[in-house]
Unconditional design. Structure first.
Length: 334
């Protein structure tokens, strides 16, 4: 197994070194605690680091004063920790700063070891906390760009979506075609990773980017994936090649070649509507099997029309309802 040193590891090591050096240079007691706070505060994104710093600062300060008060009442004895932890931890949870509990316990230990609390001790602890958290925020301010990774997920998402549409088209035109469907699973995994990276990119952005964000794009692709998932069961139930299926297959093949081409979206929409209007003019099915095949194609065409609409509307334009209102079923489509 290959083991490497990541950028975050290097930042953490540098941050701990700098914070301990500064605290020791200033002659602070318990200077090593500054390194511990830095270690705990460096997160994957700026937003997470800022949130962690706020939680730890609140927990450390409140823990110091609470411990001083409790030890003054109960004395500096080990059993006092039982009362302190049983009451202080729920208090941190109530404040919503449970992320800082571990850091605050370090400060509580300092209070216990010091044996008393005076102005000099309070100032010392505040400086240790400020140095530890401050260095972490400064070190974590720089975040390497992850645009290349996100772009690779974008390209892979487009490739897999196009491939799935191609396989659907092949099956509709030739019912004997075999497809194992692995691209569907790969697309789900790619979308999951892409959305996670897009969220991380948004948290690392110092200012809001103009235009559509990566998150908008992957949410757009997630809607397309959901529609593809809904189509597949109906396609799999079609057990013979029929004219309507071949026509829709040719359309889906064209769609796979113009995925997310909004310039072609209106033409594709009109083509699909034309195909569906033509299907209404065909004779009614005469057998149960033909009826079931036509019914499955009808439901598939409904989902396909919604899919085309996602191309027309583009990322960020979806409001939870399909923009195309499908007509009620007519006798020709039953």
């Amino acid at each position: 197994m290959k083991i490497g040193i990541g950028f975050r590891t290097m930042k953490t090591a540098l941050g701990v070194c700098v914070s301990v050096w500064i605290a020791q240079l200033l002659g602070l007691e318990y200077f090593s605690a500054a390194g511990i706070l830095t270690l705990l505060c460096i997160q994957k994104s700026r937003k997470q680091s800022y949130s962690a710093a706020v939680s730890r600062a609140m927990a450390c300060v409140s823990g110091m004063f609470y411990a001083a008060m409790l030890f003054q009442i109960l004395g500096y004895h080990p059993y006092a920790f039982l009362v302190l932890l049983m009451t202080f931890i729920p208090f941190c949870v109530w404040l919503g700063v449970q992320e800082g509990i571990a850091s605050s316990i370090v400060v509580v230990m300092h209070v216990y070891m010091h044996g008393y609390v005076d102005d000099a001790f309070v100032l010392n602890e505040l400086m240790v906390v400020a140095i530890g958290l401050g260095v972490a925020l400064i070190i974590n301010w720089y975040m390497p760009s992850i645009d290349k990774e996100i772009e690779s997920y974008r390209r892979e998402t487009d490739r897999l979506t196009s491939r799935i549409l191609h396989e659907i088209a092949v099956y509709l035109k030739d019912n004997d075609a075999v497809w194992n469907g692995k691209e569907v699973l790969e697309l789900a995994d790619t979308l999951r990773k892409g959305k996670r990276m897009a969220a991380l990119d948004a948290e690392n952005s110092r200012r809001r980017k103009k235009g559509l964000s990566y998150s908008d794009y992957f949410e757009h692709k997630q809607r397309q994936y959901d529609l593809l998932e809904r189509m597949l069961p109906f396609i799999s139930r079609i057990n013979t090649t029929i004219e309507q299926g071949r026509r829709l297959g040719e359309f889906v093949e064209l769609l796979s070649q113009n995925l997310d081409n909004r310039g072609e979206a209106s033409r594709l929409h009109d083509m699909l509507c034309g195909i569906r209007e033509y299907h209404k003019l065909l004779p009614l099915p005469e057998t149960r099997e033909a009826f079931e095949n036509r019914a499955n194609l009808f439901v598939f065409a409904n989902e396909l029309q919604r899919f085309v609409e996602t191309i027309r509307s583009g990322p960020g334009a979806y409001n939870g309802e399909p923009a195309i209102r499908l007509k009620r079923r007519t006798a020709g489509e039953r």
